[in-house]
Design a protein. Structure first.
Length: 255
């Protein structure tokens, strides 16, 4: 197996484990990631961390050797597979953190961009170098990158194929936080900042923000009104507001 799924406390950890090829994404590994994400959806966890095995790479992208010599139909199916697998992260019941421990190129960065959050070591490098291979990102990069960092910066990275360091990535909003090694501990610490809150409110907040990106603001505001009203009607909201009044810590029950 080139993907390892484990659990630490209330956090699932998905490790890409093909360090001899810098965790490059073969189509088989994409299928494994998809199956692992389906399992995470049924696990009693409150967050998911995705990271790469070894010292060097989060993931160096699609397996370039495997991409060669495929016919058009197979290639289109391959792109759709990558898009479908990464899109599972959008609908996962829990938020995900990409812990970028080294190179995150091409499909590797596309996987990280599909996560809810990205944290990176200062030594990490990332980019969408597909253009250098005569290719165009196929696993969501042309769509998620401009949504994260804006059209001009996205076109800069996609059309030059240049790689950027973690500090620039944070400056432009591609990475949420620069963190210290060991990166898993840092990612777990970030997860602990939100896993204590109620899952319904966390889910509604994520959904409102995600849907906003695809809607005109007048429609997005309606979505927000609906979802914040739903959150208001949960037992957790009642508990949170009661705890504030009673000057105690709330005990959320995901209800
Ligand atoms: N694929 C396959 N093998 C890879 C790989 C990759 N992406 N990246 C690295 N490796 C392998 C190397 O071949 C090498 O294996 P051996 O030759 O020793 O057997 C081993 O990993 C170690 O790599 P290096 O020796 O190159 O290590 P360095 O530290 O010197 O360099 C590097 C690290 C990350 C700078 C370098 O490996 C590199 O440039 N890698 C390629 C990065 C890249 O270009 N990634 C983006 C790929 S394009 C689609 C359309 C488009 C796409 C996908 C699908 N469809 C329509 C279906 C495109 C997606 C992409 O991700």
């Amino acid at each position: 197996m080139s993907v390892q799924l484990s659990q630490q406390g209330d956090v699932a950890i998905l490790m890409l484990s093909r360090p001899e090829a810098l965790n490059a994404l073969s189509f088989a590994i994409l299928e494994e990631i998809g199956a692992a994400l389906d399992k995470v959806a049924g696990m009693p966890v409150r967050a998911l961390i995705i990271t790469g095995a070894g010292e060097k790479a989060f993931c160096a992208g699609a397996d370039i050797k495997e991409l060669r010599g495929r016919d058009l139909v197979a290639q289109k199916r391959g792109a759709e597979l990558g898009q479908r697998v990464f899109a599972k992260l959008d609908t996962l019941p829990v938020a995900s953190i990409a812990a970028i421990n080294g190179y995150a190129f091409g499909g590797g960065l596309e996987l990280a961009m599909a996560c809810t959050f990205r944290v990176a070591l200062r030594s990490a490098k990332m980019g969408l170098p597909e253009i250098k291979l005569g290719l165009v990102p196929g696993y969501g990069g042309t769509q998620r990158l401009p949504r994260l960092i804006g059209q001009a910066r996205a076109l800069d990275l996609i059309m030059t194929g240049r790689s950027i360091g973690a500090e620039e990535a944070q400056t432009i909003g591609l990475v949420n936080r620069l963190v210290e090694a060991p990166i898993l501990d840092s990612a777990l610490a970030m997860a602990a900042e939100f896993t204590g809150y109620g899952l319904p409110a966390l889910g509604f907040a994520r959904e409102a923000v995600q849907r906003a990106l695809d809607l005109p603001i007048c429609e997005g505001l309606k979505v927000e009104a609906d979802l914040s009203t739903l959150a208001y009607r949960t037992q957790d909201a009642e508990e949170g507001m009661a705890a504030f009044s009673e000057k105690r810590k709330p005990a959320f029950r995901d209800a």
